[in-house]
Design a protein around this ligand. Structure first.
Ligand SMILES: *Cc1c(COP(=O)(O)O)cnc(C)c1O
Length: 378
């Protein structure tokens, strides 16, 4: 099955019992047993729900793993994966990992003894240098937020295997439409499905897909024990969103290319971070491991004042956190998503005060470009 077909026909399409072509919303908590322990595969909806299962089967197929799991948010998904580890275990993470992931690792999971080191995972020597005797996992995001740094999936998988580490990949920015980390050797893929998978800014959800039966069993045990599951309504919304993932990702891609072209030729724009640019440090690598470069771009307009003025002037770009939906969004990482990082550390990472981040939507590119032009020139 090719990619767009899989989005429609992957998982469990429709309802066998009635022929309904859309999976029904099984708004139910418990299931009748014919005798003690004799049932049709469902006992209680924390453990398993047919609508959630249809979604879990679908994302499993998309990410080419063994089993999928749906959670109440991306952070619940991240936390469930971290619950595979125990006190005294050590994890290595991408240094510009999503802020919420940084927070749960350094302010919550540290309390139960899970140790972490943050390194630039685009440099495998740094990763190697951080491996200890108790290291259990390498956790990467590629591309990252907001600098769109790209980490080598195959090389990371090889290093992880050599040192007996699990390779965990947050695939939120690329989606399985462009990038399937398990096919490059990853053990676990996770998503904030709130972003591109849902795609319409109307649901908060998380996804985990694992490779191998042993991990599938362990993660199901964690999901059922800790209980951060996705409800049936939101599972249904995600299934619906995923049907158009291919159309949306192609549209995001085409619009982003046009916008990056425009930005590259505008005198008010300095450095542009986008893996599709030949000048991006990992452009060649990005081409080999992903089918598209995605719809996220960040660019420097020189100062905090200029950046704030651009944000004030735009009319089609909504000033908001989040990303990956049909509408274009704009934000200032230094003051919004990355405000909790100390100023000198932000400078070190390259998250300057004049850095503007956009999530390119699927509106007409001409309107988006005209909007950015008037905002940059106001
Ligand atoms: C948003 C996001 C998360 C967290 O997901 P929520 O659905 O907001 O809990 C994790 N990773 C990345 C890359 C994200 O963008």
């Amino acid at each position: 099955m090719k990619r767009k077909t899989k989005l429609i026909h992957g998982g469990i399409p429709g309802d066998e019992a009635t022929g309904a072509v859309s999976v029904p919303i099984y708004q139910v908590s418990t299931y009748k047993q014919d005798a003690v322990g004799v049932h049709k595969g469902y006992e209680y909806s924390r453990t398993g729900n047919p609508t959630r299962f249809a979604l879990e089967e679908l994302v499993k197929d998309l990410e080419e793993g063994t089993r999928g799991f749906a959670f109440g948010s991306g952070m619940a998904a991240v936390t469930a994966v971290m619950m595979l580890f125990s006190a005294g275990d050590h994890v290595i993470l991408t240094d510009d990992v999503y802020g919420g992931t940084y927070r749960v690792i350094t302010k919550v999971l540290n309390r139960i003894g899970i140790e972490a080191t943050f390194v630039d995972t685009t440099n495998l020597e740094e990763v190697k240098g951080a491996i200890r005797e108790n290291t259990k996992a390498l956790y990467i995001e590629t591309p990252t937020n907001p600098l769109l740094k790209v980490t080598d999936l195959k090389a990371s998988a090889a290093l992880a295997k050599e040192h007996n580490l699990l390779l965990v990949v947050d695939n939120t920015f690329s989606t399985p439409y462009w990038q399937t980390p398990i096919t490059h050797g990853a053990d676990i893929v996770l998503h904030s499905a709130t972003k591109y998978l849902g795609g319409h800014s109307d649901v908060v959800a998380g996804i985990v897909v694992v490779q191998g039966e042993a991990l599938a069993e362990e993660l199901h045990f964690v999901q059922n024990s800790t209980g951060g599951v996705l409800g049936p309504q939101d599972s249904w919304l995600l299934i619906r969103g995923i049907k158009t993932l291919g159309l949306r990702m192609e549209a995001h891609e085409a619009n982003t290319k046009k916008i990056v072209d425009f930005l590259s030729n505008h005198p008010a724009v300095g450095k542009i971070h986008y893996p599709g640019l030949a000048s991006h440090p990992q452009h060649e690598l990005a081409k080999t491991q992903a089918g598209g470069f995605g719809g996220m771009v960040s660019f420097d307009v020189g100062s905090k004042e200029k950046a704030e003025s651009v944000l004030q002037q735009v009319k089609y770009f909504t000033l908001a956190e989040s990303l990956g939906a049909v509408e274009s969004l704009i934000s200032l990482p230094a003051q919004m998503t990355h405000a909790s990082i100390p100023a000198d550390r932000r400078q070190e990472l390259g998250i300057t005060d004049g850095l503007v981040r956009i999530s390119v939507g699927i509106e007409d590119a001409e309107d988006l470009i005209e909007d950015l032009k008037q905002a940059l020139e106001a």
